[in-house]
Design a binder for this molecule. Structure first.
Ligand code: AHG
Ligand code: MN
Ligand code: MN
Length: 321
């Protein structure tokens, strides 16, 4: 039998991190079981309330959030939890030796739940020294992450993680995540660009120029096709395997970009860089940004080195203030 996720993390890292990632994977397996029968169970549609993002929470957002939060409550190594679906972080005060902060988007791509298109779960794990202030440790830059993972609930359910020693993928089979790809590398250059082109008119002109030049082949010397799923994990997973670039630039509606730094951009930027790719906010490396608040948003250009730098090259780098 292929190596299990727990065995892989235990072998490459340590038992505490293996226990945490395995518990998250168990939570993901429970979420996957709900998604599989979504049309039959009571998980489709809106939950009837708005989250801090100003978005209508879907029932599956709430189920996924409750499932992952319960996993973290049961693990004494977890000091705090930040979730896209909760206004405030959850700080566990009775755990002086806890060492991890779990920061997650429990269900990514909510707009796709009801139309049976891939959705996902994204988790960023930061470290906190025993007895240190867990709330402060939430706002560390992405470069400090201990680990990052996402689950892609698709035709098969795949969990991809890094903890700083390469990117590895596991496929869910019989309730267990089994190793399916090890030490994954993103192609240096791809043939897809991925952006919600409905926003082109709203974004800074430079992004429209970049897309024009992907289309006519003058940006990095070849013509590109467009692919856009609308679930970040699906667009990213394709980029990890096939190369290319995903962009979510600032728009009139989202002047700082739509994606959230702590639980979307940071974890997938860690994975992208570990696979030889890159991730910027158009000007600076995502992993160097010091967060100001848990739900802050960021513009995002993520994917193969050649495309990310080509887009970055189009944007005049304003010197750091
Ligand atoms: P979430 O469902 O967690 O709010 O994330 C949705 C995000 C991301 O998954 C996707 O890339 C993006 O929203 C799509 O936004 P648009 O519909 O504006 O293109
Ligand atoms: Mn999301
Ligand atoms: Mn979400």
């Amino acid at each position: 039998m292929a190596m299990t996720l727990f065995q892989h993390v235990r072998q490459r890292h340590n038992a505490d991190l293996a226990a945490l990632i395995n518990a998250i994977a168990d939570g993901a397996a429970a979420i996957e079981a709900k998604i599989r029968i979504a049309g039959l169970g009571d998980v489709l549609g809106a939950a009837g309330n708005e989250n801090i993002q100003g978005e209508q929470q879907q029932k599956l957002d709430v189920f996924a959030n409750d499932t992952l939060t319960d996993v973290m409550k049961a693990l004494p190594t977890v000091a705090a939890v930040v979730s896209e679906e909760d206004d405030q972080p959850l700080i566990f005060t009775d755990r002086p030796n806890a060492k991890f902060i779990a920061i997650f988007d429990p269900l990514d791509g909510s707009s796709n739940i009801d139309v049976n298109v891939n959705v996902g779960t994204i988790v960023s794990i930061q470290g906190v020294k025993p007895g240190a202030d867990a709330r402060a440790a939430i706002l560390q830059p992405g470069s400090e992450q201990v680990a990052a993972l996402y689950v892609n609930y698709g035709p098969s359910t795949i969990l991809v993680y890094t903890a700083g020693k390469g990117v590895h993928a596991f496929t869910l089979s019989g309730g267990e995540f089994l190793l399916s790809s090890e030490d994954m590398l993103m192609p240096e250059q791809g043939t897809y660009y991925s952006m919600n082109e409905g926003n082109i008119g709203d974004s800074e002109k430079v992004y429209g120029k970049a897309i024009d030049r992907f289309r006519d082949g003058t940006l990095v010397g070849q013509k590109y096709s467009s692919r856009y799923v609308g679930s970040f994990i699906a667009d990213f997973h394709r980029t990890l395997l096939k190369g290319g670039v995903f962009l979510y630039p600032p728009t009139k509606k989202a002047p700082n970009g739509k994606l959230r730094l702590l639980y979307e951009a940071n974890p997938l930027s860690f994975i992208a860089e570990q696979a030889g790719g890159a991730a910027s906010n158009g000007r600076y490396r995502i992993l160097e940004i010091t967060p100001t608040e848990p739900h802050m948003r960021t513009p995002l250009v993520i994917g193969s080195l050649s495309e990310v730098s080509a887009v970055g090259g189009l944007i005049t780098i304003t010197p750091r203030e």
